[in-house]
Ligand binder design. Structure first.
Ligand SMILES: CC(C)(COP(=O)(O)OP(=O)(O)OC[C@H]1O[C@@H](n2cnc3c(N)ncnc32)[C@H](O)[C@@H]1OP(=O)(O)O)[C@@H](O)C(=O)NCCC(=O)NCCS
Length: 182
């Protein structure tokens, strides 16, 4: 079974697993609640997170799965999240998702986090393929995927519903070294 460590070091910050607690839930809820428009524009779960208890339930559920859900910790403070979900252990496929507090945009933090977590997925977990699914209009996230070395593979049309509307996702992919042109 795939195992994720509690901490992964990046250059200048850490990716850390967080033990579910109501204090952490309240802290995360405050970030989300104060940035509803910015985060909720692209993240489906934001509109379902209406009180700290919702965040607490989410933390509890995430801690029970075998996915790599990490918080980005800079100077001891959570500033965002990045996760590597295992889509298929048999077929060695993972998927990365992320968000960053608005106050920390524009410094390359997410690009660095996605590069580090994908390297971990290939080199330590032995994955062959990692995907990032990005709304066709989410330019900032597309730029993160591209800067982290992912390539556009295809568009999944009408593949999810956001704010009541059917949306298209670009499928970005990166492969284990050696598989790129195989
Ligand atoms: C997507 C999201 C994480 C991107 O955040 P971001 O700050 O633009 O991304 P990064 O942390 O990688 O920073 C990149 C920016 O820092 C700049 N930068 C500075 N130093 C850098 C460095 N060393 N390396 C890379 N970029 C650097 C880049 O030029 C870029 O700036 P630009 O957008 O003006 O060109 C953020 O917009 C977000 O959380 N959005 C809401 C949630 C969301 O959309 N999640 C993704 C769903 S698929």
């Amino acid at each position: 079974m795939i195992e994720f460590p509690n901490v992964i070091n990046c250059d200048g910050f850490n990716l850390e697993k967080v033990e579910p607690s109501f204090d952490v839930a309240k802290y995360l809820f405050n970030i989300v609640d104060s940035q509803r428009e910015y985060l909720g524009k692209w993240l489906i779960w934001v509109e379902k997170s209406n009180k700290p208890e919702d965040m607490y339930d989410h933390l509890n559920k995430a801690s029970k799965t075998n996915n790599g859900s990490y918080y980005i910790v800079l100077d001891g403070k959570i500033i965002g999240s990045v996760g590597l979900g295992i889509i298929s252990e048999t077929h060695k496929i993972g998927e990365i998702g992320y968000w960053l507090s608005k106050d920390y945009n524009g410094r390359g933090i997410m690009t660095n986090a996605v590069k580090t977590l994908s390297d971990f997925g290939f080199n330590t977990l032995g994955l062959d393929r990692i995907e990032i699914l990005v709304d066709t209009e989410n330019r900032a996230s597309q730029a993160v995927a591209e800067r982290a070395g992912f390539e556009k593979e295809s568009v999944s049309r009408h593949s999810f519903i956001l704010h009541g509307k059917s949306r298209d996702n670009i499928v970005f992919v990166k492969f284990r070294k050696g598989l790129e042109n195989a």
